[in-house]
Design a binder for this molecule. Structure first.
Ligand SMILES: [Zn+2]
Length: 241
């Protein structure tokens, strides 16, 4: 199993690594160690570069989890590096940091909507600096959305700490806040649960990468909302400086 630093240190932009295996079929490589987020929970995978210690470089166009391993898809124009090639694996940090701000903004939104309206999240998705979140939120209206935007920006300005923890399964399953985020849907076999806590506002089981404090998000603007049925409502946001 390859080590992925992104789960414990979202601010790691690069790492030394060795190519363990190259797969011609998917034009991808497995490294012994990585900083590339493989995608999941609505957050897209990182892109970036591998820079060879002995020369050469490869464009990483995406990353994907296969079992516990993270495979890095390389640009089809470049020949695959041989196993044992030593590289620096470097993510596109500007894009990743925008995704971190956006992902954390969506968690602030979840926290505010649950705290003030008791509405749970049913899904979400994001790209750098824009995202959407779906809620079971029958009473949502345009007026409420304006209020929610205001409260979200208040929480961001409060500069709450955002903490990552990896908890034993039993401990995680005993936390009431986690149960509401549908932790029970997690696979039976897992022994640990990674959590993201916006201290004093929100706690979720989550695999994504986040900023360390809410003020780093910047400013959130609600760009739209729509009904996806009588109960399910969608809120769209944009993240700005
Ligand atoms: Zn998340």
């Amino acid at each position: 199993m390859s080590e992925n630093i992104c789960y414990t240190d979202a601010y790691a932009r690069e790492t030394d690594a060795v190519v363990v295996e190259a797969d011609p079929e998917t034009h991808a490589v497995l490294l012994d160690r990585s900083v590339f987020y493989p995608g999941g929970g609505g957050q897209p995978a990182d892109i970036g570069d591998l820079i060879g210690d002995a020369g050469g470089s490869w464009r990483v166009t995406g990353a994907k989890k296969r079992g516990d391993d993270i495979w890095h898809a390389l640009d089809a124009a470049d020949a695959l590096p041989a196993p044992d090639t030593r590289v620096t694996a470097r993510i596109d940090w500007i894009r990743r940091h925008r995704l971190m701000r956006t992902h954390s903004a969506l968690h602030v939104l979840c926290g505010v909507v649950f705290r003030d309206h008791g509405a749970s999240v049913t899904g979400g998705n994001m790209e750098p600096l824009a995202g959407r979140m779906d809620f079971e939120f029958e009473t949502m209206s345009g007026e409420l959305v304006g209020e929610i935007e205001h409260r979200v920006n208040e929480e961001i300005a409060a500069d709450r700490e955002i903490r990552v923890a990896i908890l034993p399964r039993e401990e995680a399953f005993a936390i009431p806040d986690l149960i509401r985020t549908k932790i029970n849907l997690l696979p039976q076999g897992i022994t640990e649960v990674r959590t993201i806590e916006i201290v004093g506002l929100d706690l979720q089981a989550d695999g994504g990468t986040h900023v360390a404090h809410t003020a780093e998000i910047g400013h959130v603007r609600v760009t739209g909302y729509e009904s996806k049925g009588r109960i399910n409502k969608r809120i769209r946001i944009e993240v700005t400086d």
